[in-house]
Design a protein around this ligand. Sequence first.
Ligand code: BYC
Length: 310
Amino acid sequence: MTKEEEFQAKIDRDVKIEPKDWMPDAYRKTLIRQMSQHAHSEIVGMLPEGNWITRAPSLRRKVSLLAKVQDEAGHGLYLYSAVETLGAEREKTIDDMIAGKAKYSSIFNYPTLSWADIGAVGWLVDGAAIVNQVALQRTSYGPYSRAMVKICKEESFHQRQGYEIMMEMCNGTKEQKAMAQDAFNRFWWPSLMMFGPADAESPNTAQSMAWRVKRFTNEDLRQQFIDMTIPQAEFLGLTVPDPDLKKNEETGNYEYGEIDWEEFFNVIKGNGPCNKERIAARRNARDNGQWVREAANAYAEKQRIKKKVA
Ligand code: BYC
């Protein structure tokens, strides 16, 4: 058996690949691409929500939003550490994102215009993230799969935090219900786009499925999310902004209208409503944090020399 065949046989037996194991270069590259983009998404995802921390309507809401945003920072850090186990440099992956060479999730290029958007983000965006990440708990690369287990536990609190905001607004005044509906209208379609292009338009899916990096296709996960979310929208008394949505009684799945793929590709090319603002915020954070990284490295170096001398 060649090294490649041995590797694939291991994958087929569902044995996890660990950092020191032999792996094809293309597998390593795919993981670095997906995992670093996942890490960037967690960090950029803090921005639209962070926007509402100072304006949360009560202390209780502020505390839970703060905790959620802090969790996202943690998720980014686990994922950057997992990327480093593949030999990639964290700083280089961040530079690639700032230069527009590496992506982050399209969803974070939409603005959060009202408090109801914080409800919609928790409910829909974290809801979509959970569907994707529950599947990734079984991904073939050990460190990624283990990071996902911890992340999923925290995401379910995030989703409930969002849904609770939506429940309260939908049971509130007419104006609050209208705000919830407006947030739903704006976040529904971009949430569906989070799962990526249709399978026929997804260049990476076939190989990633064969390597079990991805356990389901983009369309399978999107369908799972829709089937899970429609009953939740009905419970809230919200109208799904899709006139073509209907349940197929035979399959039990909801059939949905055409996704605006032109909008999606435009957003991932850098032309969404907030792309420039998000990248500028990340660039500032990198540049303003440079002295902290230099000081930390200098301190670590000093400790290393001290140890060597002693
Ligand atoms: N946005 O061949 P495809 C969160 C790109 S954050 C932008 O299907 P793949 C949270 C794709 O990268 C959730 N780009 O790719 C945080 C590829 O371009 P490149 C983040 C997208 O990798 C804070 C091209 O389109 N979750 O949970 O097989 C607050 C062709 O696509 C998107 C993850 O990152 C998109 N939506 O499948 C709240 C999950 N979709 O890379 C919540 C991990 C596609 O060749 N990632 N593209 O230049 C994945 O599961 C997969 O990478 C994807 C895409 C399903 C996203």
